[in-house]
Design a protein around this ligand. Sequence first.
Ligand code: CP
Length: 327
Amino acid sequence: MTPAENKPSPVWTRKDLTGLEDLSRQEIETILDTAPQFVAVSKRESGIKRVPLLQGRLIVNWFFEPSTRTRTSFEIAAKRLSADSLTINVQASSSKKGETLHDTLDNIEAMHSDVVVIRHNCAGAAHILAQHHDSHIINAGDGAHEHPTQALLDAFTIRDHVRRQREDSNATLDGIRVAIIGDISHSRVARSNVWGLTKLGASVILCGPNTLMPPEVGRMGAETTSNLRDAIAGADVVYALRIQLERQQKCLFPSIREYIRLFRIDNESLKAAPAHALVMHPGPINRDIELAAEVADGPRSVVLEQVSNGVAVRMAIMHLLVNGRAA
Ligand code: CP
């Protein structure tokens, strides 16, 4: 038996994961503390990269927006948990004929789904489905609202580095400073990270053009600035966001060249950050716009570690949702 097979599940009481705004620090830490056993499964060099924790369960991926990382990560996570999984091809589905989300999910549930992972362009889509359906619903991104699994894998990656830097396997994010740079207005990643990181004891500073800074961030517990230097001075983590040109209704900054001049994370702007600062990005990267290639591929970047950790964190989430309550 491996650790993942014999370790009892921590107690978990929620049916769904729709956002981090509602979760407590303890619940977030339960997910983060459950993930390392699944990192070990993914890193197995001999033997099968698989545990039977969701054997016989059906995971349905339902993505209304493009995705590379999140969709493949959930698919791989499902396989590593020995679940059956399928991805609905939305373009070829009856949504295109006018079927509602509820009707589609009723039909999927008639085929006995256990977990439904949904990405939708409407904020609240996952939440509404979770209220009215029996399947475990996981929000894989809803409009500009939340992307909880991204923020959880980000927190896991930061905590892992903090623990290694301090040589302390119990180190927490208390006192860690995270600067999130870019298009805050359109970013579900920023919102979930503010909820998650501040609950874990980190301080978050949001930096971007004033036109891309939503008014509600003040009540979310983050500082704000439009000065990149101020944001990253003293930051343990410099987190660049993708400029989401596809979500902008109107021109919110003068030009890409202007954005690059003021907000791009490159070797020059990074001089303001401490030497130990990590560089993160949720992907996909607009190379040389919000993040210079020299930094994305450089020694401070943990971008691909974020992706690797995403599989383990999503395995932990699905395991807790399905098995946690029985523990
Ligand atoms: N970070 C993220 O959500 O990437 P994808 O859009 O490729 O899933």
